[in-house]
Ligand binder design. Structure first.
Ligand SMILES: NC(=O)c1ccc[n+]([C@@H]2O[C@H](COP(=O)([O-])OP(=O)(O)OC[C@H]3O[C@@H](n4cnc5c(N)ncnc54)[C@H](OP(=O)(O)O)[C@@H]3O)[C@@H](O)[C@H]2O)c1
Length: 317
């Protein structure tokens, strides 16, 4: 019997790469599924690495619907993700998300999984309307629902990678004698839904595909656990008793964060409102994780496990 196909967008990236990996290697999936990975550039190193692992690498661009239909033709399942951070453009991300959904309908896909996020403006009754990278994905989720295609929704939590990469990472602070410091604009006991995106996105998508009928129309929250900034830093003190001896969280003002966020004004506002939302409503509105974890059979990566093997901390003095 020929294998079913899962078309994976963003296969050269974190979320999609994790999905491709598990469908290639998992004993429960690899004999039944073939992976078709979509990229704009089939000759990049990442695309070549995917091909060498057994992915059918195909060209596709989220701005070109015809290429998406082609990439989805014959696929039973599709994982769709967009990258706001490349364009910083909400309208463009919405258009790309709609292109994916329209293509899934046209190709007659049996299960479309959209990488979405909570609808901040609705949850907050219009208090925070500028979290563009959440709004765009949530608006697309509404569009997908209205299209009436068989779909489910993956809501990725706060990447553990945000704590080791980019402007928000934990860093030695000069004004704290070089001690490892995490600075965010809320209290140290604010719960953050942490996910090891590269290691674990695929575990959720595997569960969603294997439990298709049960998850249709549902939102599956992608997190291992809620962990607070104080707990994040306590783990580092324990794991790295020398270099991380004085690791600690510091609550800072929104102005400090605004200055730290690189990019144009609308992005600064986006991030500031995003943090206010997390502090006042909760990233996932305080939702429990039982329903989402019920479909996941693989062990999820804890913050301690992630931190222990992160070369970033091993190299940090
Ligand atoms: N950081 C967080 O805490 C967090 C939490 C939840 C959600 N997110 C969301 O995660 C999304 C990014 O996902 P990621 O981390 O997996 O991204 P990533 O690792 O940066 O990879 C981006 C992927 O998107 C593909 N892509 C971008 N533009 C494309 C286009 N026009 N046509 C086809 N493919 C395109 C790229 O493929 P090629 O370059 O090979 O074409 C690449 O595979 C963002 O929208 C962000 O808002 C982030």
């Amino acid at each position: 019997m020929s294998k079913k196909i899962i078309t994976v967008f963003g296969a050269t990236g974190k979320q999609g790469g994790s999905v491709a990996d598990i469908f290639l290697n998992d004993p429960k999936l690899k004999d039944d599924w073939a992976v078709r990975g979509v990229t704009r550039n089939t000759s990049s190193d990442r695309a070549k690495a995917l091909a060498s692992k057994g992915v059918e690498v195909v060209a596709g661009d989220l701005n070109d619907k015809a290429s998406l239909v082609k990439a989805m033709t014959g696929a039973s399942a599709v994982f769709g993700v967009t990258n706001f951070w490349e364009s910083l453009d909400k309208a463009l991300e919405i258009q790309q998300g709609k292109n994916l959904a329209d293509a899934a309908k046209e190709a007659g896909v049996d299960h479309y999984i959209w990488s979405s996020l909570p609808h901040v403006s609705k949850i907050t009754n219009g208090k925070f309307v500028n979290v563009h990278h959440f709004e765009s994905k949530a608006e697309v989720e509404e569009y997908v629902r209205a299209l009436g295609i068989p779909a489910s929704f993956f809501h990725a939590g706060f990447y553990m990678d945000n704590l080791t990469q980019g402007w928000s990472r934990i860093q030695p602070a000069e004004d704290r004698g070089g001690a490892w410091t995490l600075r965010l604009p809320f209290a140290g006991n604010t719960p953050l839904p942490l996910i090891d995106t590269v290691a674990d996105t695929g575990k959720f998508i595997k569960g969603m595909v294997l439990h298709r009928d049960a998850v249709l129309g549902k939102q599956i929250l992608g997190l291992t656990a809620y962990v607070t900034p104080d707990e994040i830093m306590a783990s580092l003190r324990k794991l790295f008793p020398e270099a991380g001896a004085n690791a600690a969280f510091q609550e800072v003002s929104l102005e400090v964060i605004e200055a730290a966020v690189p990019g144009p004004e609308h992005i600064k506002v986006d991030i500031v409102e995003n943090f206010q939302f997390m502090a006042n409503y909760g990233y996932f509105g305080g939702a429990g994780l039982e329903e989402s974890h019920a479909i996941v059979e693989d062990k999820l990566t804890t913050w301690e496990e992630y931190a222990k093997r992160a070369s970033y901390f091993a190299d940090l003095k």
